[in-house]
Design a protein around this ligand. Structure first.
Ligand code: APR
Length: 223
């Protein structure tokens, strides 16, 4: 079977009720990145940072995958499907997708600041005083600005082998994630689905909502 890679951003989860970052009502209109999404911010004000993610985790528990997440899984009947996501939500997994590579971490996990060991977050909250087995403060298992993206090499490897790359709901403004498109050197088709597409040159662009476009796009790819 041919390989298909779907590269997603916050836009695919928007219609499930999760905020994007750079839309008019996005998270970065309400919070400063330097206050809540850097290691320095965590050291300076751990409570503020942990609460920023506690709020988003609580919100995540209230929402469901939407038809865009769900319909992507049908691609598994004809293709080797891998999803590379910038999202830290678990909506792809909860929709039934097996192969998901998270570039920016997972909201549902914490990690030790001593040895980077990963733990599931039980009960949805992560607070100051929640320690790992070695007594180190636990932090969200998310990639903050300025930090390395551990899964980038793995993502590049799968994108290089993709016959089709579908990009959904990302402003392609954050690096190195946004360079993914440059590694699709063997792709017969590169397709972009976005309400406000940021690139058009040399690819197939569908302007609109993921839930309105993805089901038909999947049906077309399976026919
Ligand atoms: N359907 C399709 N696309 C949508 C929808 C929708 N319903 N709603 C919004 N979009 C599009 C927007 O037009 C925009 O291009 O989704 C994109 C969201 O862009 P951002 O808010 O910048 O989110 P993203 O690209 O995922 O951000 C990348 O930045 O802050 C960091 O780590 C964070 O992973 C995140 C990274």
């Amino acid at each position: 079977m041919k390989n298909i890679v779907v590269f997603t951003g916050a836009g695919i989860s928007a219609e499930s009720g999760l905020s994007t970052f750079r839309d008019s009502n996005g998270l970065w209109k309400k919070y400063k990145i330097e206050d809540v999404a850097t290691f320095g911010a965590f050291i300076k004000n751990p409570r503020l940072v942990l609460n920023f993610y506690n709020l988003r985790r609580k919100q995540l528990l209230k929402v469901e995958p939407n038809i865009a997440h769900i319909s992507l899984n049908e691609l598994q009947y004809k293709f080797n499907l891998t999803i590379v996501t910038q999202n830290i939500d678990d909506l792809h997994e909860r929709s039934g997708t097996k192969n998901v590579i998270h570039l920016h971490g997972k909201l549902t996990e914490s990690k030790s600041i001593i040895d980077n060991k990963i733990y599931d977050i039980v009960g949805g909250e992560l607070n100051v005083g929640d320690y790992c087995k070695k007594g180190g403060q636990l932090r969200p298992n998310v990639v903050w600005f300025g930090e390395a993206v551990p899964n980038m090499d793995l993502a590049i490897e799968v994108v290089r082998k993709a016959s089709i790359l579908i990009i959904i709901g990302t402003s392609l403004q954050v690096y190195p994630a946004a360079t993914i498109i440059d590694y699709a050197i063997n792709a017969e088709r590169i397709i972009l689905v976005d309400t406000n597409p940021s690139i058009y040159k040399g690819i197939e662009v569908f302007k609109g909502k993921a839930t309105e476009i993805i089901p038909d796009l999947v049906r077309g790819l399976l026919s």
